[in-house]
Design a protein around this ligand. Structure first.
Ligand SMILES: [Zn+2]
Length: 169
Protein backbone atom coordinates (compact mmCIF):
# COMPACT_ATOMS: atom_id res chain seq x y z
CA UNK A 1 0.00 0.00 0.00
CA UNK A 2 1.14 3.56 -0.69
CA UNK A 3 1.63 6.32 1.94
CA UNK A 4 -1.84 7.92 1.51
CA UNK A 5 -3.51 4.59 2.36
CA UNK A 6 -1.27 4.03 5.38
CA UNK A 7 -1.86 7.58 6.63
CA UNK A 8 -5.62 7.36 6.03
CA UNK A 9 -5.92 4.05 7.86
CA UNK A 10 -3.87 5.35 10.78
CA UNK A 11 -5.98 8.50 11.06
CA UNK A 12 -9.05 6.24 11.20
CA UNK A 13 -7.28 4.20 13.92
CA UNK A 14 -6.56 7.36 15.95
CA UNK A 15 -10.10 8.72 15.55
CA UNK A 16 -11.59 5.32 16.47
CA UNK A 17 -9.40 5.14 19.60
CA UNK A 18 -10.48 8.68 20.52
CA UNK A 19 -14.13 7.75 19.99
CA UNK A 20 -13.53 4.85 22.40
CA UNK A 21 -12.39 7.26 25.11
CA UNK A 22 -8.66 7.55 24.30
CA UNK A 23 -7.07 10.96 24.76
CA UNK A 24 -3.75 11.49 22.98
CA UNK A 25 -1.22 14.31 23.06
CA UNK A 26 0.07 15.94 19.89
CA UNK A 27 3.38 14.06 20.34
CA UNK A 28 1.52 10.74 20.50
CA UNK A 29 -0.51 11.56 17.39
CA UNK A 30 2.56 12.70 15.43
CA UNK A 31 4.51 9.58 16.43
CA UNK A 32 1.54 7.34 15.55
CA UNK A 33 1.31 8.91 12.09
CA UNK A 34 5.10 8.65 11.70
CA UNK A 35 4.94 4.96 12.69
CA UNK A 36 2.49 4.40 9.83
CA UNK A 37 5.09 5.53 7.29
CA UNK A 38 8.54 4.95 8.76
CA UNK A 39 8.75 1.24 7.85
CA UNK A 40 8.84 2.16 4.16
CA UNK A 41 12.09 4.08 4.63
CA UNK A 42 13.66 0.64 4.19
CA UNK A 43 13.09 1.17 0.46
CA UNK A 44 16.42 2.98 0.36
CA UNK A 45 18.61 0.20 1.80
CA UNK A 46 16.53 -2.34 -0.17
CA UNK A 47 17.38 -0.61 -3.46
CA UNK A 48 21.03 -0.56 -2.48
CA UNK A 49 20.91 -4.27 -1.52
CA UNK A 50 18.84 -5.05 -4.67
CA UNK A 51 16.19 -6.73 -2.51
CA UNK A 52 12.46 -6.37 -2.10
CA UNK A 53 12.01 -4.18 0.99
CA UNK A 54 9.51 -6.72 2.33
CA UNK A 55 12.49 -9.06 2.62
CA UNK A 56 14.15 -6.85 5.23
CA UNK A 57 13.66 -7.26 8.99
CA UNK A 58 12.04 -3.80 9.14
CA UNK A 59 8.93 -5.21 7.40
CA UNK A 60 8.39 -7.97 9.95
CA UNK A 61 6.55 -7.96 13.29
CA UNK A 62 9.94 -8.40 14.99
CA UNK A 63 11.38 -5.37 13.18
CA UNK A 64 8.29 -3.27 13.91
CA UNK A 65 8.49 -4.26 17.57
CA UNK A 66 12.20 -3.30 17.74
CA UNK A 67 11.47 0.07 16.09
CA UNK A 68 8.64 0.60 18.60
CA UNK A 69 11.03 -0.17 21.50
CA UNK A 70 13.49 2.40 20.09
CA UNK A 71 10.72 5.01 19.89
CA UNK A 72 9.66 4.22 23.45
CA UNK A 73 13.29 4.51 24.62
CA UNK A 74 13.56 7.93 22.93
CA UNK A 75 10.15 9.40 23.76
CA UNK A 76 8.69 7.12 26.44
CA UNK A 77 8.72 9.87 29.08
CA UNK A 78 6.31 11.89 26.94
CA UNK A 79 3.93 9.03 26.16
CA UNK A 80 1.00 7.55 28.07
CA UNK A 81 0.52 3.79 28.06
CA UNK A 82 -2.43 4.15 25.66
CA UNK A 83 -0.26 6.39 23.42
CA UNK A 84 2.48 3.76 23.38
CA UNK A 85 -0.01 1.05 22.45
CA UNK A 86 -1.50 3.26 19.73
CA UNK A 87 1.97 3.67 18.17
CA UNK A 88 2.52 -0.11 18.32
CA UNK A 89 -0.88 -0.65 16.68
CA UNK A 90 0.11 1.79 13.92
CA UNK A 91 3.28 -0.20 13.15
CA UNK A 92 1.28 -3.43 12.92
CA UNK A 93 -1.49 -1.81 10.89
CA UNK A 94 1.17 -0.92 8.31
CA UNK A 95 2.18 -4.60 8.04
CA UNK A 96 -1.45 -5.75 7.76
CA UNK A 97 -2.17 -3.21 5.01
CA UNK A 98 0.94 -4.29 3.09
CA UNK A 99 -0.39 -7.86 3.23
CA UNK A 100 -3.85 -6.84 2.00
CA UNK A 101 -2.59 -6.59 -1.60
CA UNK A 102 -1.78 -10.30 -1.55
CA UNK A 103 -5.26 -11.20 -0.31
CA UNK A 104 -6.93 -8.93 -2.87
CA UNK A 105 -4.85 -10.69 -5.53
CA UNK A 106 -5.82 -14.11 -4.18
CA UNK A 107 -9.45 -13.07 -4.37
CA UNK A 108 -8.73 -12.25 -8.05
CA UNK A 109 -9.60 -8.60 -7.53
CA UNK A 110 -6.24 -7.46 -8.92
CA UNK A 111 -3.08 -8.68 -10.68
CA UNK A 112 -0.54 -8.01 -7.89
CA UNK A 113 0.73 -9.08 -5.31
CA UNK A 114 0.85 -12.79 -6.11
CA UNK A 115 2.98 -13.76 -3.12
CA UNK A 116 2.53 -13.01 0.62
CA UNK A 117 4.13 -9.66 1.42
CA UNK A 118 4.98 -10.07 5.10
CA UNK A 119 7.03 -12.83 6.72
CA UNK A 120 5.02 -12.82 9.93
CA UNK A 121 7.05 -15.48 11.71
CA UNK A 122 10.54 -14.15 10.90
CA UNK A 123 13.14 -15.24 12.10
CA UNK A 124 11.52 -18.68 12.57
CA UNK A 125 10.54 -18.53 8.90
CA UNK A 126 13.11 -17.25 6.39
CA UNK A 127 12.32 -14.61 3.78
CA UNK A 128 11.08 -16.18 0.51
CA UNK A 129 13.24 -13.77 -1.62
CA UNK A 130 10.41 -11.90 -3.26
CA UNK A 131 10.87 -10.22 -6.62
CA UNK A 132 12.46 -6.78 -6.27
CA UNK A 133 9.64 -4.34 -7.03
CA UNK A 134 11.93 -1.36 -7.86
CA UNK A 135 9.42 0.90 -6.17
CA UNK A 136 11.53 4.02 -6.60
CA UNK A 137 11.26 3.84 -10.42
CA UNK A 138 8.43 5.84 -12.08
CA UNK A 139 7.31 2.71 -13.94
CA UNK A 140 6.39 1.12 -10.60
CA UNK A 141 3.57 3.61 -10.02
CA UNK A 142 2.23 3.09 -13.58
CA UNK A 143 2.27 -0.67 -12.99
CA UNK A 144 0.67 -0.26 -9.56
CA UNK A 145 -2.23 1.84 -10.84
CA UNK A 146 -2.82 -0.60 -13.72
CA UNK A 147 -2.48 -3.91 -11.86
CA UNK A 148 -3.35 -3.13 -8.22
CA UNK A 149 -6.71 -1.49 -8.82
CA UNK A 150 -8.37 -2.98 -5.71
CA UNK A 151 -5.49 -1.61 -3.62
CA UNK A 152 -5.89 1.82 -5.22
CA UNK A 153 -9.66 1.81 -4.57
CA UNK A 154 -9.04 0.71 -0.94
CA UNK A 155 -6.53 3.52 -0.50
CA UNK A 156 -8.95 6.06 -1.92
CA UNK A 157 -11.73 4.84 0.40
CA UNK A 158 -9.41 4.91 3.44
CA UNK A 159 -8.18 8.43 2.59
CA UNK A 160 -11.72 9.74 2.02
CA UNK A 161 -12.98 8.13 5.24
CA UNK A 162 -10.07 9.67 7.17
CA UNK A 163 -10.77 13.11 5.70
CA UNK A 164 -14.46 12.74 6.53
CA UNK A 165 -13.64 11.75 10.14
CA UNK A 166 -11.26 14.72 10.45
CA UNK A 167 -13.93 17.04 9.08
CA UNK A 168 -16.68 15.68 11.34
CA UNK A 169 -14.67 15.63 14.62
ZN1 LIG B 1 5.35 -1.11 3.82
Amino acid sequence: MLPPGHLGATLILIKTAEAGGGRFSLTEIVLTLAASLVLDLDLLPAQWLKKNHHDLISHTPLGAFILWLILIALYGNHLSLSGQLLILASFFLHLVLDEVGFWLCRLKLQGISREPQITWLYPRVKFPRRKNQEILKPSFLKDYFQKAKANVVSEMILSLMALLMLWLT
